[in-house]
Design a protein around this ligand. Structure first.
Ligand code: CIR
Length: 253
C-alpha cells in the first residue's frame, strides 16, 4: 500500500516541454485543472499528497516521477538524460529529507529517469532508453542491491520510457503494449495486452486497489475493471501532448 505522493504543479513554461507527440501545444489552464483533478484522485485512493510549487525554469518538471526512485528502504535521486531536465533534481533532496533517512544519487556520466523504472515487489525493472544509459542503470542496480532489492534490465526500442509501454498492477497483473508484448522478460506475468490503438493507456497506475486509467480508452478500461480493480478515469490530455502519462505526474510511496 502507498501512503504518500508528491506532485509538482505545471508552470506556464510547460507549453515548451519536450515532445514528440505531434498533438499540439498544451493549454495551460486546462493542464492546471487536470492536474488538480489528478491530485484529488490520488487523495481519493487514500494518499496524502504534497503539492510542490511550479518551477518555470524547467518546463517538464511537473513530470516529477523521473527525478527520483522512492522505495520502502531508500530514495534515489536520478540524473535525467534530457539536458533541459538535469536541473530538476536540485530541489528534490530537500523535499525528500522529511520522508527518508537514506538518500542516494546517480552520478554522471550515468543517466537515468525513473519513468524507466517499474517496481514489482522487491524487483525493479529498468529500461535502457535514450534517457537511461547502461552506466546509470548499473549504478541504480548497485544501490538497489545494497538495500536488498533486485534489478532486471529491459532494452527499449521505441517508447520513451519503460512505463510508457508497461505498467504493473500488482497481483502479478501486467499491462503490456507494443514492443513488450512478446518480451521473454515478462513471460511469467498475467499479461493484459493493450491494443495498438489504445497504446497510450499502457501507462496506468495502481494505487491501493484502485487503478488510474487515462480518459478515452474504453477497451483498456473495461479489461482492468473486469479484473476487479476500482477504476478511476483521469483526463490527462494536456500532459499527453508532452509525451507524459499518469505515472509521470507523481512520486508514490
Ligand atoms: C519528457 O520528454 O521528458 C517529458 N516531456 C515527458 C516525461 C514523461 N515522463 C515519464 O514518462 N515518466
Amino acid at each position: 500500500m502507498f501512503k504518500n505522493a508528491i506532485v509538482k504543479k505545471p508552470g506556464e513554461s510547460m507549453i515548451y516541454g519536450i515532445t514528440t507527440a505531434n498533438l499540439g501545444q498544451p493549454v495551460y489552464e486546462l493542464a492546471i485543472k487536470q492536474h488538480k483533478n489528478y491530485v484529488d484522485t490520488l487523495k481519493k485512493c487514500g494518499l496524502e499528497v504534497e503539492v510542490l510549487e511550479a518551477d518555470e525554469n524547467y518546463p517538464d518538471s511537473c513530470f516529477i516521477e523521473d527525478v527520483a526512485l522512492l522505495t520502502k528502504r531508500c530514495a534515489i535521486i536520478t540524473n535525467p538524460g534530457a539536458e533541459s531536465r538535469k536541473g530538476e533534481i536540485k530541489s528534490i533532496p530537500d523535499v525528500l529529507k522529511k520522508y527518508y533517512e537514506n538518500i542516494e544519487y546517480i552520478k554522471s556520466p550515468g543517466t537515468i529517469e525513473a519513468g524507466d523504472i517499474m517496481m514489482v515487489g522487491d524487483t525493479f525493472y529498468i529500461g535502457l532508453s535514450n534517457r537511461t544509459n547502461l552506466d546509470g542503470a548499473n549504478q541504480m542496480k548497485e544501490i538497489l542491491r545494497k538495500y536488498g532489492y533486485d534489478a532486471v534490465f529491459v532494452p527499449l526500442k521505441e517508447v520513451l520510457h519503460l512505463k510508457t509501454g508497461v505498467s504493473y498492477l500488482e497481483n502479478n497483473n501486467l499491462l503490456v503494449s507494443g514492443e513488450f508484448i512478446e518480451s521473454p522478460l515478462f513471460e511469467g506475468f498475467n499479461k493484459i495486452i493493450v491494443p495498438q490503438d489504445e497504446a497510450y493507456a499502457a501507462n496506468c497506475i495502481w494505487v491501493n486497489g484502485h487503478v488510474l486509467v487515462p480518459e478515452g480508452f474504453s477497451k483498456t478500461k473495461e479489461v482492468i475493471e473486469n479484473l476487479g480493480y476500482i477504476v478511476e478515469v483521469v483526463d490527462v490530455s494536456e500532459f499527453r501532448k508532452l509525451d507524459g502519462g499518469l505515472s509521470c505526474l507523481s512520486l508514490r510511496f
